[in-house]
Design a protein around this ligand. Structure first.
Ligand SMILES: Cc1ncc(COP(=O)(O)O)c(C=O)c1O
Length: 407
């Protein structure tokens, strides 16, 4: 294992050990049993503040799709963060938290006309489009509604390269802006998403450079003025190997963005980086089998549940035996970790080095906050893995009381 990987593993191990030793974690396990997701809202707040101080002139809109838990929304709303929604349901969630729609942007490039009308009626004024059909749906909207044209930048190094499904190149972007001007629809600027879990600061820099150059070119040639640059999401998270930190990426993009301050409203839509490290999954061993390829442990959560990120995103969460968090354990062996459903694709990890485990033993996976609970299914009739808030703010007075009584 590389020194960087080893140091990360050690850090995560210490973080998991500290979390599992708290009264709140023990209470959550007593209340829910395994599997359970432990959500520490203090870490969400910390990440948001890190982003703010690294890029003080950027306005952040949390991409609600990454984790739509009430405690996350409440924490970020309380700290002044904006929000990025993809659906009316996400907007309704924000409304329940009293979030001013002026702090919300709608970034799904494809929407039903009824969804657009509904969102406008509820106060949303910024939308994203990337094609003529979508643009036509905005004909006749009020002059206070403005659009961002989504650009596509290929990112083969991203875990999820979003450029094949959405976004346009410079030529198509020009046609869309021209068409919008003819229809009397305001295009405020451009957005892009460099790809999710992208450990490549240079890709961010190049995307910003190319977008700013395009904006200048179109402003001159189409005699129009843009006011918004949306640099999307994509900030990576260290799952099983180190990645560029918020500070690393900010150090690269700050000099590119700084000259634009005052001329453009610079916004971003981070999802993963705000919530991934804030949630930890605790599972338990349900079955143990010796097969031709070695030891298999069958867990009570898997890729159709909270480990959905393993398949949907090809990320590799670390997995610790809870026993090895408390003290050093000798006699590790390689094992396969399987989820609880009948599907043979439900394998969380191959070749994991773990101490000898028995039915009932707990396993702990850190950095399980982003695209996990939200993308889980109910395959085999399994209930969603409960989320217990173990940070400063418990989820609700009822949960606080339940947790307190379960200690
Ligand atoms: C339009 C849009 N904005 C923001 C995000 C959040 O991206 P990330 O979680 O990589 O920061 C996504 C993720 O898919 C997205 O599609």
């Amino acid at each position: 294992m590389s020194p960087g990987r080893e140091a990360l593993r050690d850090l995560r191990r210490r973080e998991c050990a500290a979390l599992m030793a708290t009264d709140a974690a023990r209470a959550a396990l007593a209340l829910h049993g395994a599997p359970v997701l432990l959500l520490d809202t203090a870490r969400v707040r910390r990440q948001y503040r890190r982003l703010r101080s690294a890029l003080p002139f950027v306005r952040f809109h949390y991409a609600v799709k990454a984790l739509d838990h009430d405690a996350v929304i409440a924490t970020l709303a309380d700290d002044g963060c904006g929000f990025d929604v993809a659906t009316g349901e996400e907007l309704a969630l924000l409304e329940r938290h009293g979030v001013d729609p002026g702090r919300v942007i709608h970034t799904h490039p494809i929407k039903k006309a009824a969804e657009i009308a509904d969102a406008i009626g509820r106060g949303i004024r910024t939308f994203v489009i990337d094609n003529e059909t979508e643009l036509a749906k905005f004909t006749g909207v009020g002059s206070d509604v403005s659009l961002l044209v989504r650009l596509a930048y290929r990112s083969p190094h991203a875990k999820s390269d979003l450029s094949s499904k959405f976004g346009v190149g410079a030529f198509e972007a020009e046609r869309l802006v021209t068409s919008a001007l003819a229809r009397g629809i305001r295009v405020a600027g451009f957005s892009f998403h460099v790809g999710s879990q992208l450990d490549d600061p240079d890709r961010f820099v190049r995307a910003i450079d190319e977008t700013v150059a395009l904006m200048g070119d179109l402003e001159r040639r189409l005699r129009t003025r843009f006011t918004v640059l949306d640099i999307g999401g994509g900030f990576p998270v260290a799952y099983d190997e180190p990645v560029a930190s918020i500070d690393d990426i900010a150090a690269r993009i700050r000099p590119v963005l700084a000259p634009l301050v005052g001329r453009l409203d610079i916004i971003a839509e981070p999802g993963r980086v705000l919530v991934a490290e804030a949630m930890t999954l605790v599972t338990s061993v349900v079955g143990v089998a010796e097969r031709a390829d070695g030891r298999w442990y069958y867990l009570d959560d898997g890729v159709y549940g909270a480990y959905s990120n393993v398949v949907a995103e090809d990320v590799h969460p670390l997995v610790f035996a809870e026993r090895e968090l408390r003290s050093d354990v000798a006699g590790h062996r390689w094992a396969t970790l399987a989820g609880p459903t009948c599907d043979s694709a439900d394998v969380v990890a191959n070749e994991v080095l773990l101490p000898e485990l028995a039915v009932g033993d707990l396993l702990v996976s850190p950095a399980m906050g982003a695209y996990t609970a939200v993308t889980a299914t109910r395959f085999n009739g399994r209930a969603p893995t409960p989320i217990a808030v173990v940070g400063f703010a418990a989820q609700s007075p009822a949960e606080r009381a339940a947790l307190a009584s379960a200690v």
